[in-house]
Design a protein around this ligand. Structure first.
Ligand SMILES: CC(=O)N[C@H]1[C@@H](OP(=O)(O)OP(=O)(O)OC[C@H]2O[C@@H](n3ccc(=O)[nH]c3=O)[C@H](O)[C@@H]2O)O[C@H](CO)[C@@H](O)[C@@H]1O[C@H](C)C(=O)N[C@@H](C)C(=O)N[C@H](CCC(=O)O)C(=O)O
Ligand SMILES: Nc1ncnc2c1ncn2[C@@H]1O[C@H](COP(=O)(O)OP(=O)(O)OP(=O)(O)O)[C@@H](O)[C@H]1O
Ligand SMILES: N[C@H](CCC[C@H](N)C(=O)O)C(=O)O
Ligand SMILES: [Mg+2]
Length: 487
């Protein structure tokens, strides 16, 4: 494709070289540049892509898209200067791949918690309705049965357009994707045409990246601001910021609620370890998912399905048979009936929801033992809060490592400990090694006790100083239960 065709929609500040230059691939990473590539220089949080323009040219880049021309201009290469190269990358990627998002129904899900749950439930529901579907999620990307590993919750714009193209080729008609706040700010969704957007909730997370809660809210809201008028914007009005999200959207405004008037209305009749019994738009339904927070997810999914034109009765019948995504309230039970629950709760709100659900489900005097840590190189402010919540809702707490990444795990744990009040110190232990922490929880447990292992859910690795070691909470829990059985 020629440069001039890629840029017809974008206002250019300056150009150098021929706009007839042929571009055969797009990349934002100089290490992936080949002959004919358009290298897009993006300013990052660690380094600046502009520093790699010369490397890209040496490696055969045909053209450069940047915010600032380099000191040295190579006369055989074309250069294009724009105001914002991240945004331009999204727009160019959509044109390069011939707008795949316009040729299918693309639904984005945003919110602090519940994105993976809602996107995965929609994917599973629409497959069971008979459609070919795509999924872009934290756990994995999927094209019907084909699994493509995910590195991010929301991929960069080039990867997304590539995946959408593959989905179209496969015959997909519906794609469900998570839209993280990082993705909105970094313009990873620029150029995508959504058929609908869903808001789940917003609570404390990622303040390291967004600075203030207000900026975090604005990031999520800007997803809805960008929706086209033809799309639907479906919000959870029980969340304090549910209506704020839709304030400036040109899209059709729709809502769901368990408490108040809304387009889609639900009510929890009963919640047990076997599932949820609900009223959805006055129809009585049993679902396999557990916990009030999942009642919200199910209602959001139901609403989106109806807005996508599906029949309410068929949707509810199929939805009642659908299982949750991996690592979300996943149960591993020992031979002597200790209930292990592995859950991806890695924010204060998620942890509190899961622990409240467990407390509600407790039938007698079972102990609740919580094993929890907080990720490194992520929002430090949530660390003491999560430790405090773990103590408030559990009989015993073991603070341990999550993914320490490049931080010292003991420093993270010390920050968590500041949230433990003096009265709770006695019931709290700190064990840096997550494997040992889970084993210790199993040793402390008696039959029928409940062990919550929170924070890593489906993850099959633990990231320590740039290395991803094999680690799976579910496997470790199963092994610890088996060892207990042999004693
Ligand atoms: C903080 C953050 O979002 N970082 C993302 C960002 O990286 P960065 O800003 O650090 O990039 P950088 O390393 O400074 O590099 C700047 C530019 O120089 C380029 N470069 C760099 C080196 C080189 O040799 N050559 C070269 O061209 C890079 O390709 C990049 O284009 O842009 C990269 C390329 O898209 C992402 O891979 C990276 O995600 C990192 C791995 C990450 O951990 N992101 C997390 C925080 C994230 O995005 N999470 C959200 C989910 C959050 C949630 O909702 O819970 C997600 O959507 O996954
Ligand atoms: N609607 C909800 N409200 C509050 N908490 C929820 C909700 N849905 C799920 N959770 C909790 O949050 C955890 C993460 O859920 P999920 O993976 O669906 O969220 P996410 O938004 O995709 O997270 P991420 O930001 O990591 O992509 C779950 O394991 C559960 O503990
Ligand atoms: N999408 C989230 C996942 C956090 C999962 C938790 N296990 C951690 O590593 O902090 C993030 O990138 O912040
Ligand atoms: Mg997710």
């Amino acid at each position: 494709m020629q440069l001039k065709d890629l840029f017809y929609k974008i206002s250019l500040l300056a150009t150098s070289g021929s706009m007839n230059t042929d571009v055969t691939s797009l990349t934002m990473d100089s290490r992936k540049v080949g002959s004919g590539s358009l290298f897009i220089a993006v300013r990052g949080t660690v380094t600046d892509g502009h520093n790699f323009i010369e490397t890209a040219v040496r490696q055969g880049a045909a053209a450069i898209l940047c915010e600032e021309f380099p000191a040295e201009i190579n006369p055989t290469v074309a250069y294009v200067q724009v105001q914002d190269s991240s945004r331009a990358m999204g727009l160019v990627a959509a044109i390069f791949f011939d707008h795949p998002s316009q040729k299918l129904k693309l639904v984005g899900v945003t919110g602090t918690n519940g994105k993976t749950s809602v996107a995965t439930l929609l994917f599973r529901l629409f497959r069971s309705l008979g459609y070919r579907c795509g999924l872009l999620s934290t756990v994995q990307n999927q094209i019907d049965d084909e699994v493509i590993p995910a590195t991010h919750t929301t991929p960069d714009a080039i990867t997304t357009n590539q995946l959408l193209t593959k989905m179209l080729t496969h015959g997909c008609t519906h794609v469900f994707m998570e839209v993280s706040s990082h993705a909105v700010v970094q313009e990873r969704i620029a150029g995508l045409t959504f058929t609908g957007g869903i808001f789940t909730n917003i609570t404390h997370d990622h303040l390291d990246f967004h600075g203030t809660f207000d900026h975090y809210i604005r990031a999520k809201k800007s997803f809805f601001d960008q929706l086209p008028a033809s799309a639907f914007a479906l919000t959870n009005v029980d969340d304090k910021r549910g209506l704020v999200m839709l304030q400036n959207t040109p899209a059709r405004k729709e809502s769901y609620s368990l408490k108040t008037l809304a387009t889609f209305k639900g009510k929890v009749i009963a919640d047990s370890l076997f599932g949820l019994h609900m009223l959805v738009d006055n129809q009585e339904v049993w679902f396999k998912l557990i916990g009030r927070f999942n009642a919200y997810n199910l209602l959001g999914v139901y609403g989106a399905a109806i807005l996508l034109g599906e029949d309410p009765n068929e949707v509810l019948t199929l939805l009642s048979g659908i299982t949750p995504p991996p690592g979300r309230f996943e149960q591993v039970v020992s031979d002597d009936k200790i209930v292990g629950i592995v859950d991806y709760a890695h924010t204060p709100d998620a942890l509190q929801n899961v622990l409240e659900t467990i407390n509600d489900l407790r039938q007698a005097n079972e102990q609740i033992i919580t094993v929890v840590g907080c990720g490194g190189n992520r929002d430090a402010a949530k660390r003491p809060i999560m430790a405090e919540i773990a103590c408030r809702f559990s009989d015993r707490v073991i603070l341990t490592s999550d993914n320490p990444r490049n931080e010292d795990p003991m420093v993270i744990l010390e920050q968590m400990q500041t949230g433990v009040s003096p009265v709770d110190v006695k019931k709290t232990k700190t064990i840096e090694d997550r494997h040992e922490a889970i084993h210790q929880a199993v040793t402390l447990a008696k039959p029928h006790d409940i062990i919550l292992v929170a924070g890593k859910g489906h993850e099959t690795y633990q990231e320590i100083k740039g290395v991803k070691y094999d680690f799976d909470d579910r496997t470790v829990l199963r092994e610890a239960f088996a060892e207990r059985g042999n004693q």
